[in-house]
Design a protein around this ligand. Structure first.
Ligand code: DPM
Length: 326
């Protein structure tokens, strides 16, 4: 036992300020983190401070066209560096793979189902992805979902959709779309798990890097907060997400590129599958790597190199050029 500062003793009067976006999903996630920390450290005080991010303000432009990394995280990061908040809770998939100088990923929480879900208009209650009629309008603003689904279901029509979950579901129910693709995890966290009509199998669509897990970002030099956050770290999820993030980082992909992953851990062996897809869905470069969990990040880098050798870079270059032309 050391007698240096530990979260329970020294400076335990410090109030810990948690930063969150204001969306309903962000607040549910942040309040969950606050409650878990309160359980682990009953004598400490955790306060939630909300902030709007760029991504919350720009609602009328297709996400892919805004193109900026860190759309949903930047204001929180500025607040952290300025000392206004002590850490920020993010959907890990919205957290860029390169963080600003002075900030780190403090912990990764236990992942919920990371898959995507098909959500349908009531008139298609008896349908699945395989049986939706030709011309059915599927709402998504994810290039990853679009490209992979187009590959297997070229007869479906994909249409951009923005706004929070309630807005999207209202547009679906009003008949603007026949179906939506949404993350299972987001629907479940908002108590709308009953809208998951079909969990899309990994064979059809690989999920986004970090999907289904929360990532908590904090200052690199704040040892007190780093130690508190260890209470929420889920080692298995963390290893999977470190591998996924290393893969994405190596491919220089922001959050808005058609890159998908799937990871499993069996007997201390981590298997990472990845895909880079062209926007028209014609080309899917897909492969996998396996190795010791302790080498999660190197596995991610190895998979990126493997896919690059199979043509992934030219797909990405073409997409970046298309997005720039706008
Ligand atoms: C990112 C994407 C989307 C979100 C792109 C992707 C979906 C955008 C859309 C990076 N962030 O997944 O390929 O479909 O229009 C987002 C959601 C969640 C976190 C909602 C969702 C909840 C699930 C989670 C938006 N960010 O994906 O349906 O915490 O992983």
């Amino acid at each position: 036992m050391t007698l240096t500062a530990s979260p329970e003793t020294a400076s335990s009067t410090r109030i810990i300020r948690i930063g969150s976006r204001k969306s309903q999903l962000a607040l549910v996630q942040t309040h969950w983190v606050q409650a878990e920390l309160q359980k682990a450290f009953p004598n400490r005080t955790f306060e939630v401070h909300t902030m709007s991010t760029q991504g919350d303000k720009i609602l009328d432009v297709a996400l892919a066209k805004i193109g900026d990394k860190g759309l949903f995280t930047k204001e929180l990061e500025v607040g952290m560096l300025a000392g206004e908040i002590d850490f920020a809770v993010h959907s890990l998939k919205d957290l860029p793979t390169r963080l600003p100088e002075g900030l780190v990923l403090g912990c990764v929480t236990e992942r919920e189902n990371p898959a995507d879900a098909l959500v349908v208009h009531p008139q298609h209650r008896d349908k699945q992805l395989d049986t939706l009629p030709a011309g059915a309008v599927v709402g998504t603003s994810s290039l990853r979902r679009l490209a992979q689904l187009r590959h297997y279901y070229p007869h479906l029509v994909f249409k951009d959709v923005r706004g929070n979950l309630n807005t999207r579901l209202a547009k679906l129910d009003a008949g603007e779309y026949d179906a939506l693709i949404l993350a299972v995890a987001g629907l479940q966290r908002l108590g709308m798990g009953d809208r998951v009509h079909q969990v899309i199998p990994a064979e059809v669509s690989l999920h986004a890097v970090g999907q289904g897990a929360l990532g908590i970002e904090c200052r690199a030099d704040d040892e007190e907060v780093l130690e508190l956050l260890q209470a929420l770290q889920h080692p298995e999820t963390a290893a999977r997400c470190y591998a996924e993030r290393a893969f994405l980082r190596d491919l220089e992909g922001g959050c808005q590129v058609p890159i998908g992953v799937d990871t499993t851990i069996t007997d201390n062996t981590l298997t990472l599958k990845g895909v880079v897809a062209s926007l028209d869905g014609q080309t899917l470069v897909k492969d996998s790597v396996s190795g010791p969990v302790s080498e999660a990040e190197s596995l991610g880098t190895a998979l990126a190199q493997k896919l690059r050798q199979q043509g992934a870079q030219s797909i990405l270059d073409e997409i970046f050029a298309t997005l720039e032309r706008g």
